[in-house]
Ligand binder design. Structure first.
Ligand SMILES: Cc1cc2nc3c(=O)[nH]c(=O)nc-3n(C[C@H](O)[C@H](O)[C@H](O)COP(=O)(O)OP(=O)(O)OC[C@H]3O[C@@H](n4cnc5c(N)ncnc54)[C@H](O)[C@@H]3O)c2cc1C
Length: 415
């Protein structure tokens, strides 16, 4: 058990840190808010993004998220640009990206595209990889994953009601989705839609996943959703109606009834990425809090000298370090095992990291007083974003259920 970063991890951390200092941090202002607040979606990216992406590509900092286990599934003729980092090597890089939420796009490492690319690598046909994976991995287009529905409790995916019906050489899709991240981006070209191909099949064989070009007739983005009043750019989340959407039968991924299997494989690495970025957000908040406490005086003393603030700082550092260690351990487990065999470990970090980060950000807001709850220092937005992590990719309760079941099973086996 070695708790130090390996030489390879450290090399990548140093490379990415240098890139952040030279190119990302100075560009932050371009990503803060839309230049034209009245412009309707779809939202165009700031022009500097393409420039930074070219730079990142040239420095080999591109598609860092794809582990060798996923790449092993690529069709033979598929050419890609990636350094083949393991989940464990990528994890500290995702943490760095979490410090500025916009930054993962610069390295083609942002959700939901990362999960969708891994999905297409693992389960897409050679034709689907050629048509959609190649432009995604080149950063030429973006994508969205449409599972959640407003009409049903979607944390239990067996409830999903969208229908995908076979009609000759086509499938016809009808349903209403929401929280479809990415559909507000002007570059979003393809949707992966989950729905039922056979409502009479055994529960976990009813669902399938299918590729839908966003410009297919019948796809309508009805509205964009805010997150605590923020637009949650750059990706944006939409409510999408699918009305008699007709796509060729070869757009189905893997086969009818395989939707659950695909969903399971998609979410493992994505959750590690979310957790590591969340830890990066917590580090950002801790840094802001330390700076503030070291520069404000109240009732004759610097805030940093008060024991209550020292205790809050101590817990912030402790909780961040605990969350990081457990997440790195899970990254290693995922490198060595199938995602379904380490489900409970993935659920543990999904519970631990957002809670730790929210505690830190909440205290940072307190340290800033009134300035903490407006967005002058970015804390209101950081809190809003991080709070969604207790819902995204399954709410806390569902992850707790996974852990509790594993625990009870182990107890019963031992007694
Ligand atoms: C910012 C953001 C981005 C998202 N991006 C996407 C996306 O790109 N694609 C997509 O398909 N979805 C996306 N989602 C949706 C997200 O995955 C769902 O919101 C989440 O899975 C919960 O489903 P639900 O909203 O239907 O809540 P429901 O299923 O209605 O659950 C509501 C609440 O019930 C409670 N609950 C549920 N199950 C249990 C249980 N077993 N025991 C006790 N309590 C329980 C929990 O408190 C839960 O929060 C996103 C959500 C957010 C907020």
């Amino acid at each position: 058990m070695d708790f130090n970063y390996s030489a390879s991890q450290q090399k990548w951390i140093d490379r990415l840190s240098r890139f952040f200092d030279a190119s990302v941090t100075p560009a932050k202002g371009h990503f803060d808010d839309r230049q034209d607040a009245d412009a309707p979606w779809p939202w165009a990216s700031p022009p500097i993004l393409a420039e930074l992406q070219d730079k990142a590509k040239a420095e080999g900092l591109w598609n860092l998220f794809l582990p060798p286990a996923a790449l092993a599934h690529a069709a033979n003729n598929f050419a890609f640009d990636t350094p083949r980092l393991t989940n464990l090597e990528y994890a500290p890089l995702a943490e760095l990206m979490g410090r500025y939420e916009f930054s993962s796009r610069i390295f083609n490492c942002s959700p939901p595209d990362t999960g969708n690319m891994e999905l297409l690598l693992r389960y897409g046909s050679p034709e689907q990889q050629e048509r959609w994976l190649t432009p995604l991995m080149n950063g030429a287009i973006r994508s969205a994953f449409l599972m959640t529905e407003p009409g049903v409790a979607s944390s239990d995916a067996t409830n999903i009601e969208t229908s995908i019906e076979r009609d000759g050489d086509y499938y016809v899709i009808n349903g209403r989705k929401w929280w479809s991240t990415g559909v507000g981006d002007a570059n979003c070209e393809v949707l992966i839609v989950m729905g039922k191909t056979d409502p009479d099949a055994p529960t976990h064989r009813q669902q399938s996943q299918i590729l839908v070009p966003i410009d297919t007739p019948g796809v309508k983005i009805e509205r964009m959703l805010d997150v605590f009043g923020f637009e949650d750019q750059p990706a944006g989340h939409g409510e999408v109606i699918l009305r008699n959407v007709r796509v060729p039968a070869e757009n189905l991924i893997l086969g009818e009834g395989r939707g659950f299997e695909i969903a399971q494989g998609r979410l493992g690495p994505g959750r590690i990425h979310h957790c590591m970025r969340t830890i990066g957000a917590a580090e950002q908040a801790l840094e802001l809090m330390s700076r503030r406490l070291s520069s404000r005086k109240a009732f004759g003393k610097m805030l940093a000298e008060r024991s209550i603030w020292q205790e809050r700082l101590a817990w912030a550092r402790t909780e961040i370090d605990m969350a990081r260690l457990i997440t790195l351990r899970t990254a290693q487990l995922l490198d060595e095992n199938d995602a379904k065999d380490v489900r409970a470990d993935i659920s543990k970090i999904k519970l631990a990291a957002p809670r730790a980060a929210l505690n830190v950000i909440d205290n940072a807001i307190q340290a800033f007083g009134g300035a903490g709850v407006c967005n002058d220092h970015g804390l209101a937005r950081l809190y809003a974003k991080t709070r969604t992590m207790r819902l995204v990719d399954g709410p806390d309760e569902v992850h707790a259920r996974v852990i509790a079941r594993a625990e009870l099973k182990a107890y019963r086996q031992a007694n």
